[in-house]
Design a protein around this ligand. Structure first.
Ligand code: HEM
Length: 178
């Protein structure tokens, strides 16, 4: 019998997919902001022109509400997956990066104020999320190979897992807890 390929619920894939797109965009644009405005521990050899603080802020504004929904999903319907340490670490790093980002004041970097505690926390979270996403990916590949990794990126949806089934999936989770 051929091995059964893993299947991820469509709501998880949608929210997780938003993280897979937006987290790297935030990370890369954040790196350009760091290089242009800070650069204390090294910077790119050239300045990439553009309003990078605004660009990074726009990605951040798109990320935070979706990260909130993703975190709520992970803590409820997806909770069993958080028994994997690398999944739980990815969620914690995401919350730290988004939370510290929400507390950032864009005027600080524009006026060269680099010593705010919140900015230090945001930079640390930025480093942490890179390390943790590498760990998360390595752990997924080690546990289930390419089949598990690609199950999170596939687009096919089972007949009983259409968007119209999401409310009843959430309701069932709450009913089981009651
Ligand atoms: C870019 C940032 C990423 C973050 C913040 C992230 C975060 C997470 C979190 C928190 C979970 C657990 C979800 C739950 O509890 O329901 C998870 C699961 C998973 N992620 Fe990611 N992830 C990222 C990137 C990726 C990438 C690029 C892949 C590969 C395609 C991937 C593949 C998976 C898989 C296969 C699972 C399910 C693992 C399992 O069943 O234990 N992730 N991810």
């Amino acid at each position: 019998m051929p091995p059964v390929s893993p299947y991820q619920p469509s709501l998880l894939r949608l929210l997780h997919g938003a993280m897979v797109v937006l987290v790297p965009l935030c990370w890369l644009s954040g790196f350009v902001v760091y290089s242009n405005q800070d650069g204390r521990w090294g910077r790119l050899a050239w300045v990439i022109p553009g309003e990078w603080i605004d660009i990074h802020g726009t990605f951040g504004v798109l990320l935070w509400p979706l990260a909130l929904l993703f975190a709520l999903y992970a803590l409820s319907l997806g909770r069993s997956r958080l028994r994997q340490a690398a999944n739980a670490a990815a969620l914690i790093a995401l919350v730290l990066a988004v939370g510290s980002g929400k507390l950032m004041n864009e005027a600080w970097l524009r006026s060269g104020q680099l010593d705010h505690l919140v900015y230090g926390a945001h930079l640390t979270a930025w480093l942490l999320i890179a390390a943790v996403v590498i760990w998360h990916l390595t752990a997924v590949l080690r546990r289930g190979g390419r089949a598990l990794a690609s199950s999170m990126l596939q687009l096919q949806v089972r007949a009983n897992d259409q968007p119209r089934h999401w409310p009843s999936q959430v309701k069932t989770w709450f009913q089981r807890r009651a």
